[in-house]
Design a protein around this ligand. Sequence first.
Ligand SMILES: O=P(O)(O)OC[C@H]1O[C@H](O[C@H]2O[C@H](CO)[C@@H](O)[C@H](O)[C@H]2O)[C@H](O)[C@@H](O)[C@@H]1O
Length: 388
Amino acid sequence: MTKPNVVVSDTKSGISMAITVAVRNSALFTTASQKPPAVPGTYITISKKKLLQNLEINTGAKINSWVDSMRASSPTHLKSTPPLSSDDQSSSTLHHPSALDMFEQITNASKGKQIVMFLDYDGTLSPIVEDPDRAFMSDAMRAAVRKLARYFPTAIVSGRCRDKVYSFVRLAELYYAGSHGMDIKGPSKGYKHKKGAQAVLFQPDAANEFLPMIDEVYEALLEKTKSTEGAKVENNKFCVSVHFRCVDEKKWVELAQQVKSVLKDYPKLRLTQGRKVLEIRPTIKWDKGKALEFLLESLGYANRKDVFPVYIGDDRTDEDAFKVLKERRQGFGILVSKTPKETSASYSLKEPSEVKDFLQRLVQWKRLCLGRQSRVRRQLEDINAISG
Ligand SMILES: O=P(O)(O)OC[C@H]1O[C@H](O[C@H]2O[C@H](CO)[C@@H](O)[C@H](O)[C@H]2O)[C@H](O)[C@@H](O)[C@@H]1O
């Protein structure tokens, strides 16, 4: 389905807004004369009443699709889903092979380049648990990430607020991009930056303007959802998460409607979907993919061919970063998932324990490479000493 961006303008009120129109199944364009022009960005005129009605329909349809896709990915539903045919399995395995099985190919592709690591937090470094405040990472995972950061610049990129994710990871030598990349900070003082890299502290100006609105929406969502047992609202500074995980599935539509009813007063906020969570974010063009590009630039790798970024994540919001890597044709994305999914990542890992194994193997491989290099250097020095 094509989804051109169309600027819709209401002539009476002068309201203009950019919306994405699903052309083929569109409820907006019912007659040939109403069909959108082929060129995106063209102005068309729709009455305000019609516009609001149609947005209602679109949002209503979205609520069902969010809830359906959350249902489809819940463990109880996965169990009852018929297994893929052997053909399906081999094709998805072919498309997204295990990063552990393909380890050698991956490291070969990185030869002569600087690997830079980007790690999502929930579901990647820590297992998914019911209480978001108790999503701790294991000591073994922390040790693996600590060693990783000795050899490669390493960033944590999370939907959580930066302070919260830092309180879980507790490694001062890393870069942290919280609130889906809207709040970025480099390693604490005392940790060396690569030559050419800048000390980083960054929040897009446009995001800062949203802070009071986000706090207001957080309070409104707390109030609106308080009657729904198990619902949890989390303030992630530049965004808000509404958790469905502990809510009875029969109440999911109701909870999604509560969220929608609060958001109708905030057209400058948008909703994205994660793992049994709806996330409320500013409508600015900033996401985990932009954060990845920003960090590469801050590290001194803008427009450089000798960089090899690796992004590991499990969530829909990580797809923005996978896409950036695909478009740049640099490095690759690794999706953490037990089941095949549509993704822009190149490889997959099943769960956080496999992520840990992969990070440990990277460290071992790098140590071997460095060991080999220093042996060769010593031999050359010996030869030079003898001959000269
Ligand atoms: O970008 P991430 O680091 O993956 O953060 C995305 C969201 O993760 C958290 O929620 C998820 O993990 C929780 C703990 O395991 C789980 O209970 C919840 O169902 C998941 O959606 C976090 O609480 C959210 O704020 C993040 O946006």
